[in-house]
Design a protein around this ligand. Structure first.
Ligand code: ASP
Length: 326
């Protein structure tokens, strides 16, 4: 018996020692950040901006791995199943980690059990954007247009459970319209098609659509927050323009596979805090309407609480709206 205990302890020692050493030396090679959407979109843009500064803080290259498809679930699943050694980090959002629990009958991962939070990477308002030559000139005309063109009007989104899906679902649900859904691997390719007039409208993060609105290639008819955005002072909130109570804001956050040593999470969080405290990054992202958390709000614990709060809010909201999982 005694001998067995000793043997077991020795076995634990053999396993534990390399992990401890690994955490101390970390990082000794490039780190991959999985972005579960196409390159060039909002999730990708934020991951690249924050990731570049995190790379400096960590002293190792950070490589962005766009694993797009199925509303971001393929990328999140790859991260959830990766080795918990700190070399695979996930940058995902409220859609892929909370909202889609209500939108899929089954998911290959459990965002609360299979991932460990590192910290919040930013909060993003969304904007209802339409193709340039859509006849509707304001939100009331847009509603009238979509109602008159049911089953013909088309909206773009980045797959089931994406932020743009949630934004569109809530909008269409509150307008009580039945329209065609055009799925993309991210809102970067969707935006290209909206600019060239391939579909009618989309609800996407401001960080992605603001430059095209400013260039006049698409038009903004409403914002998803309860307050107007300083970047678009003439664009009403969707709530004030006619859909009382419409409010969708998307957070992005960093996560690692469950089982990643705590010291590694602390190092990654330190690099994230360095990026969030960088004045150049704050100015640049504030211009693009991204709300960056203060360092004290970027802890793993705060990210865990935010994830739980979003699941608790959106899963019942989507069920109450009568939206069936697929
Ligand atoms: N903004 C997209 C979404 O709808 C994802 C992306 O392309 O980053 O979730």
């Amino acid at each position: 018996m005694k001998r067995r205990v000793l043997l077991a302890a020795a076995a634990v020692g053999i396993v534990a020692a390399p992990l401890g050493v690994l955490a101390q030396a970390y990082p000794t090679k490039p780190i991959s950040i999985i972005v579960p959407f196409a390159a060039g979109g909002p999730t990708d843009a934020l991951a690249r901006i924050l990731g570049a500064r995190m790379s400096e803080a960590l002293g190792q290259p950070v490589i962005i791995d766009n694993v797009a498809g199925a509303g971001g679930t393929i990328g999140v699943n790859k991260a959830a199943k990766a080795a918990p050694d700190g070399y695979t980090v996930l940058f995902a959002h409220m859609g892929t980690l909370a909202v889609n629990i209500a939108l899929y009958k089954t998911l290959p991962y459990d965002s609360k059990k299979d991932l460990e939070p590192v910290g919040l990477g930013g909060t993003n308002p969304m904007v209802l954007v339409v193709k340039k030559d859509l006849p509707a000139k304001n939100f009331a005309e847009f509603m009238a247009y979509v109602k008159a063109n049911q089953k013909k009007a088309q909206y773009g989104m980045a797959g089931i459970g994406a932020a743009s899906h949630l934004g569109g679902l809530m909008l269409n649900g509150m307008m009580k319209v039945d329209v065609l859904e055009i799925p993309y691997k991210g809102t970067a390719p969707a935006l290209n098609d909206l600019v060239s007039g391939q579909f009618d409208y989309m609800v996407d993060q401001a960080v992605n659509v603001l430059p095209q609105i400013k260039s006049g290639n698409i038009r903004a008819l409403g914002v998803s927050t309860l307050k107007r955005l300083p970047q678009l002072p003439d664009v009403p909130t969707i709530d004030e323009a006619g859909l009382k109570g419409y409010e969708v804001t998307i957070w992005n956050g960093f996560f690692v596979p469950k089982g990643t040593p705590k010291d590694i999470i602390t190092k990654l969080n330190g690099a994230l805090v360095a990026a969030l405290s960088d004045e150049k990054i704050r100015v640049r992202l504030t211009e693009l309407a991204v709300d960056l958390p203060a360092a004290k709000d970027a802890t793993p614990e705060a990210m865990r609480d935010q994830l739980k709060a979003s699941i608790d809010k959106w899963v019942p909201t989507i069920k109450a709206a009568g939206i069936q999982p697929q």
